[in-house]
Design a protein around this ligand. Structure first.
Ligand SMILES: Cc1cc2nc3c(=O)[nH]c(=O)nc-3n(C[C@H](O)[C@H](O)[C@H](O)COP(=O)(O)OP(=O)(O)OC[C@H]3O[C@@H](n4cnc5c(N)ncnc54)[C@H](O)[C@@H]3O)c2cc1C
Length: 512
């Protein structure tokens, strides 16, 4: 993928913020957690696989050095320890910036039992414990210094049954789409081919189908999750309904380690695409027109706006949009009429499901990359002052030769409706999400990081009057966790208290 294509991919998706990971080790005595007696069916029965730690009880004081050899012996998958062959690759995330964060061990789970073993081992040995799916966390939340990373990447089975798909939590988006294509089906997801279904679906999942079919999390019918007490539970509208609510939008790493999802699929037919560009002088009109488009265009239509600073000092403005009707001609014309000017460059095409997936994803895979980003959820259309402010931030980045973009994704349509059973995703009435994205090298200098952070914080300031909070899949360092949850926060805390009363799953980015 060339540099331009790569940037298109990243801009359609998200970024990382600089962060110092804090330990989530369990320092309090563990309680029994949610009652094991609550287990009502086979799927909730704790595994009967022998576990050295199950007899001692999770969370009791660690009196000896962790028995890593014993853990490795009990696993169906693999344990990687620092210095061992494979560790370097096993502990990496998508952004090379987190390579220096070294877990004490990485469990590459080969089964649901392995996930349970890993949780109980971490509890017994007072190790911080974080799940890893696709490894694309913006803040490196899926790795932990000196703790235990539980990588579900090998649990990636896919099975299509009567318009639903059962997905192992380790599956990546491209593989999910390629599999579903065989059945003429698709899913609303994000665009990056290597993003994990786990992190994406647990935090929401925005993409081209958001307005027609809702978020990825809205399609989740049930999940299998191992909670902090080592119990394997099903969460659905009829089983552990509070957990089901919380796991749909509450964000990864908070409530347990999900091992599989069952989701309702959508038709995988042809999509109409448009790409419209305007000169910088039209940027304010495009922002106004896009806001109207986000509010008034039919739910079959979606378009994300990119206002980009390039390293040659210029600003560019374009919208990539789709129509699920199969033709984007009228969608493009409607946007142009709201802007009050035709695009200076315009492309209208029709793509099959997989052509669309590859186009938006820049291919079938993504190379590791560095960047820093943040977000604002727009509670409503920005006024002229905020639009000028946003443009000023991008222009300042262009002058500083920073490659940075304000990416605006529309909500509305089906995303404005709660799915059956409700969900923790809190931004149903919002207009859209702005992502402040700055491109960085894998190992940025302090000056480069500061420039990127400046872009993100200036962006926040520019639109503060219209911001309801942030999108939990675009986590940022140094931001209050509460700002990702809106009115869902109190109920999420109640669910956290019930299923993880000792705060076993705890980082700077988890619910307190
Ligand atoms: C290039 C790129 C493009 C993107 N595009 C989009 C997009 O188009 N739309 C969109 O909505 N988002 C997008 N994102 C953001 C993405 O949704 C989040 O970064 C998401 O959290 C990544 O999930 P992951 O499994 O790959 O990451 P991970 O880093 O593995 O996990 C993210 C979080 O979830 C936790 N977690 C992982 N696995 C599990 C599990 N099995 N059980 C419980 N918790 C778990 C981790 O501990 C971590 O806290 C993009 C990100 C990148 C880097």
């Amino acid at each position: 993928m060339n540099r331009f294509d790569r940037r298109e991919v990243l801009k359609a998706g998200g970024l990382l913020a600089a962060a110092t990971l804090t330990s989530c080790s369990d320092t309090k005595p563990a309680s029994a957690g949610p009652s094991e007696a609550a287990s009502t069916g086979p799927s909730e029965a704790a595994s009967t696989k022998p576990s050295e730690v199950a007899s001692t009880g999770p969370g009791e004081a660690a009196t000896a050095a962790p028995d890593w050899t014993g853990l490795a012996r009990r696993l169906d998958g693999r344990l990687y320890r620092p210095g061992q062959t494979g560790y370097a690759g096993a502990h990496q995330l998508f952004n090379p910036r987190w390579d220096s964060v070294q877990p004490a061990g990485v469990v590459r789970a080969g089964s649901v039992d392995d996930v349970r073993e890993a949780i109980l081992f971490a509890r017994t040995n007072k190790l911080a414990c974080v799940p890893k799916g696709g490894g694309h966390s913006y803040v490196g939340a899926s790795t932990v210094r000196n703790g235990l990373m539980v990588d579900v990447g090998a649990l990636k089975s896919l099975a299509y049954v009567s318009t639903a798909i059962q997905i192992g939590a380790g599956a990546r988006l491209y593989d999910v789409h390629a599999y579903l294509d065989k059945f003429g089906r698709s899913l609303p997801t994000g665009t990056c081919p290597t993003v994990g279904i786990a992190g994406l679906a647990l935090g929401g999942g925005l993409g081209i189908h958001t307005r027609t079919y809702g978020l990825t999390s809205d399609r989740v019918i049930s999940l299998q999750v191992v909670t902090a007490d080592g119990v394997v539970r099903t969460a659905s509208a009829t089983q552990n309904a509070d957990l089901y609510w919380a796991l749909r939008g509450g964000g990864g790493g908070n409530l347990g380690i999900v091992t599989s999802f069952r989701l309702a699929t959508i038709p995988g037919g042809k999509l109409g695409f448009f790409r419209l560009s305007w000169p910088e002088a039209k940027a304010a009109a495009v922002l106004r027109g896009w806001q109207r488009f986000a509010r008034e265009a039919p739910a079959t239509t979606w378009g994300n706006l990119h206002v980009s600073a390039d390293d040659n000092g210029t600003v560019s403005v374009h919208v990539i949009g789709i129509s699920t009707t199969g033709s984007a001609t009228s969608a493009a014309a409607e946007l142009e009429s709201f802007v009050g000017a035709k695009g200076s460059a315009r492309t209208i095409t029709v793509k099959t499901h997989m052509e669309a997936v590859r186009y938006l994803g820049g291919g079938t895979t993504s190379p590791r990359s560095g960047w820093l980003a943040g977000s604002d959820v727009l509670r409503g259309p920005m006024d002229a002052g905020a639009i000028d402010g946003l443009l000023g931030v991008v222009k300042a980045a262009a002058r500083a030769k920073l490659v940075a973009t304000a990416i605006l994704d529309p909500l509305g349509g089906q995303a404005a409706n709660q799915p059956a059973g409700g969900s923790a995703w809190p931004w149903r009435s919002a207009l859209g999400v702005i992502q402040w994205y700055a491109e960085l090298p894998g190992q940025p200098s302090t000056a480069q990081l500061r420039a990127a952070q400046g872009f993100v914080s200036d962006g926040h300031r520019a639109v503060a009057r219209f911001s309801a909070g942030g999108y939990v899949n675009y986590l940022e360092a140094g931001r209050a966790v509460s700002s990702y949850y809106g009115s869902s926060l109190p109920r999420l805390r109640t669910v956290k208290q019930k299923y993880d009363p000792t705060g076993f799953f705890r980082t700077a980015y988890t619910l307190g």
